[in-house]
Write a protein that binds this ligand. Structure first.
Ligand SMILES: *Cc1c(COP(=O)(O)O)cnc(C)c1O
Length: 367
């Protein structure tokens, strides 16, 4: 962190002259399509090597002007985060474990040779934006305001080194229930040829480059009639790592839950750690250990594995009903959502929406 970073995180608010009219906003909030609708403002902080982080502001949402030589367009020096703001019944607005996202953002910055943003600036940027745009927080069942902090190399320079100019922004997008018409198990293509991350690479950082690497295998998954792709370890293609944007867990018939340990190639999900905690609270033994694909398939076929699910902020917990690969196609739990998956999913969303006591102190009030 730059020594010039101020500990005073005050964001100056520069309001738009052209907010979306109330009736139009109400129509947009009624059925938002994920990631397509954005609020009136965005939060922003600028960094230079000379001045550190400065010019903390909330400003009108709008296009960025980039020089064609802008470093991020060439070398992908970029990181991001994803979390949600939830409206509670009393009208207050909360987010879930923002300091965990702030800490991960700082780790991602370190790996991508970007400047670290302080936890205070990260959390205040969310609060300041949501306060200004609080009318955009949807109130319906399982709806939320998705918050997308990101940071990129903004310097116009195509030499290869860490940029001397960086922008941090937060944009916000109202989102509906991930599953419309109830939770539906997904089918997963298990990819052997392509990997998203390797030993010593950027797998543990939340960076756009990892997603770029996951897009071709994602189309391979679609070609095989699957919804999403699960990656295996790059060294041996033997062990499960994670999906393109979600961690994966296996529930054994004896109630034990297994999930790959975060070894450096896997993104450490905030949802993952919360789910591990709730599972442990519910009396499950949770083992963070390698999960071999061959063992998993044997377990599914024999009945030793009861449920498989994926977890992440966007969908919370997604049951996996089918695993498909070059030489296998297996159904998990009869293709149905399992009871452990659904119980923990309900408990977690109840905490997030303020319907159940927040016994772990995970919720952080924004407005
Ligand atoms: C963001 C992300 C996750 C899930 O993390 P959460 O903090 O739970 O949202 C898992 N895997 C990858 C690759 C991700 O980018």
């Amino acid at each position: 962190m730059s020594t010039k970073t101020s500990s005073l995180s005050t964001f100056e608010v520069r309001r738009t002259d052209h907010p979306v009219p109330d009736t139009e906003r109400a129509a947009l909030l009624a059925a938002p399509k994920f990631g397509t609708v954005f609020t009136d403002h965005m939060a922003r902080v600028t960094w230079t090597t000379a001045d550190g982080w400065h010019d903390r502001r909330v400003e009108p949402y709008g296009p960025l002007s980039l020089d064609p030589a802008c470093a991020v367009l060439h070398y992908a020096q970029e990181i991001f985060e994803g979390l949600k703001a939830y409206a509670h019944a009393d009208g207050s607005v909360w987010t879930f474990r923002p300091t965990a996202n702030a800490a991960r953002f700082a780790r991602s910055a370190q790996r991508l040779a970007l400047p670290e943003l302080s936890e205070a600036d990260f959390v205040e940027s969310l609060r300041a934006l949501v306060e200004v745009d609080q009318a955009w927080v949807p109130r319906g069942e399982e709806m939320s305001l998705y918050l997308r902090p990101f940071m990129y190399a903004s310097e116009s320079f195509i030499g290869v080194r860490a940029a001397h100019e960086v922008e941090y922004l937060v944009i916000a997008s109202p989102v509906g229930a991930y599953f419309t018409g109830g939770v539906r198990p997904v089918s997963i293509w298990v990819e052997r040829e392509y990997h998203r991350a390797g030993p010593g690479g950027t797998g543990a950082a939340k960076c756009g480059g990892n997603y770029a690497a996951s897009l071709l295998p994602q189309t391979v998954a679609y070609d095989h009639g699957c919804d999403q792709v699960c990656f295996l370890d790059a060294r041996s293609a033997t062990y499960l790592e994670e999906l393109g944007g979600m961690n994966v867990m296996v529930v054994d018939a004896d109630g034990t839950v297994r999930t790959p340990e975060v070894t450096g190639a896997i993104l450490e999900g905030v949802t993952r750690s919360a789910v591990i905690r709730l599972l442990a609270d519910a009396g499950h033994t949770v083992r963070e250990a390698p999960v071999a694909l061959a063992d998993l398939l044997d377990g599914i076929r024999s009945g030793a594995v009861a449920e498989v699910f994926a977890c992440g902020t966007a969908a919370v917990m997604t049951p996996i009903g089918r695993l498909v690969g070059d030489d296998f196609d297996v159904t998990v739990n009869g293709g149905q959502a399992g009871p452990v998956t659904m119980a923990i999913r309900t408990e977690l969303t109840d905490i997030q929406y303020g319907r159940r006591p927040d016994r772990h102190g995970w919720m952080h009030r924004l407005v």
